[in-house]
Structure formats: structure tokens, C-alpha cells
Ligand binder design. Structure first.
Ligand SMILES: [Zn+2]
Ligand SMILES: [Zn+2]
Ligand SMILES: [Zn+2]
Length: 160
């Protein structure tokens, strides 16, 4: 009946293999039902931790960071939720971030706590751009020790 449903290969045990989705941004249920068929293994990008569902080791580039190095995380269990599309809140957050980037903000990522975000402080941005030699377009900075989130966590280990 439904053309799209015919494009998946049925899993020998789980059949159409329906799983409910969650938002990959905040991990709240997204209300989607997705049919995976034989794509029943969770792979994790070695570089950024993005999860992909596939039958075998993915060959495509990671949608988040472009890496092609993955490791097997686990076989999906029955009733396990899977990463779906971004919820409204996260989508709005993403749009907001894109706007900040357009206005000259820069990405940051902490190598210790994996916190990601955008810096809009003009002074900091100018310094990073000067250092990297990139005056336009996306620029990123990576923290190792001086990450404000790590510092905050150390001061207040109960939060998070
Ligand atoms: Zn979300
Ligand atoms: Zn990645
Ligand atoms: Zn950190």
C-alpha cells in the first residue's frame, strides 16, 4: 500500500522493526515511529559520538563531523528508542545558533567534557579569528583546560 514501507528489508526476527524516536538534542521522546528493518545495530562515531543505525559498518561520513570512523555500540533491543528528528525546542535552538554564527559567533567544543556551543563575545571571537586567520565563515575553538563548563562543574559538582 505505502510505497515507502516497501523500501525497507524486513529483519528476520523483528520484521518491520518499529522503534519510537527521541530528539537527539535533548533525548526527549519525539513522538515518531520509525521502521528500521534489518538496520538494527547502533554505531557510534569515534570522533563526536553521533549515533547511526545501520545493518553493517556505515561507509558514509558522519552527519555531524564528517568522520568515517565508527565503532559498534550495541544491537537494538526490542522497544528501545532511537534518535529521530530534533524537537521544536532543539530546532529553535539550532536556528538561534545559526543566527549567532551568521552574526560572527564562533563554535567552541571542550575536549574534556564534550560541551559544545557558540561564543558571541566579540573580543573572544576577534581573538580566535585573528589567531586562525579566518575572518569570515565558521570558525571553531577547542578547549582543553580552560573550559568554562569544566571549571563550573569543578566548583559545583552537584549540578548537571
Ligand atoms: Zn530536543
Ligand atoms: Zn562524528
Ligand atoms: Zn569542559
Amino acid at each position: 500500500m505505502d510505497e515507502e514501507k516497501n523500501t525497507i528489508t524486513l529483519h528476520p526476527v523483528h520484521g518491520a522493526n518499529g522503534h519510537l524516536g527521541y530528539c537527539p538534542g535533548c533525548e526527549q521522546p519525539s513522538g515518531e515511529l520509525m521502521f528500521l528493518g534489518i538496520a538494527n545495530t547502533v554505531f557510534v562515531c569515534e570522533q563526536c559520538g553521533t549515533k547511526l543505525l545501520s545493518e553493517e559498518m556505515p561507509k558514509e561520513e558522519c552527519p555531524t563531523c564528517g568522520s568515517t570512523q565508527y565503532r559498534v555500540d550495541h544491537e537494538l533491543g526490542t522497544g528501545e528508542t532511537i534518535p529521530g528528528s530534533l524537537c521544536k525546542t532543539c530546532r529553535e535552538k539550532l536556528e538561534h545558533e545559526e543566527k549567532l554564527l551568521k552574526e560572527g559567533g564562533i563554535y567552541f567544543r571542550c575536549l574534556t567534557c564534550n560541551q559544545k556551543g557558540i561564543i558571541t563575545d566579540k573580543e573572544v571571537c576577534d581573538k580566535v579569528r585573528e589567531k586562525s586567520g579566518i575572518t569570515e565563515g565558521p570558525v571553531g575553538v577547542e578547549f582543553e583546560e580552560d573550559c568554562p563548563f569544566c571549571i563550573q562543574r569543578k566548583q559545583d559538582p552537584e549540578s548537571n
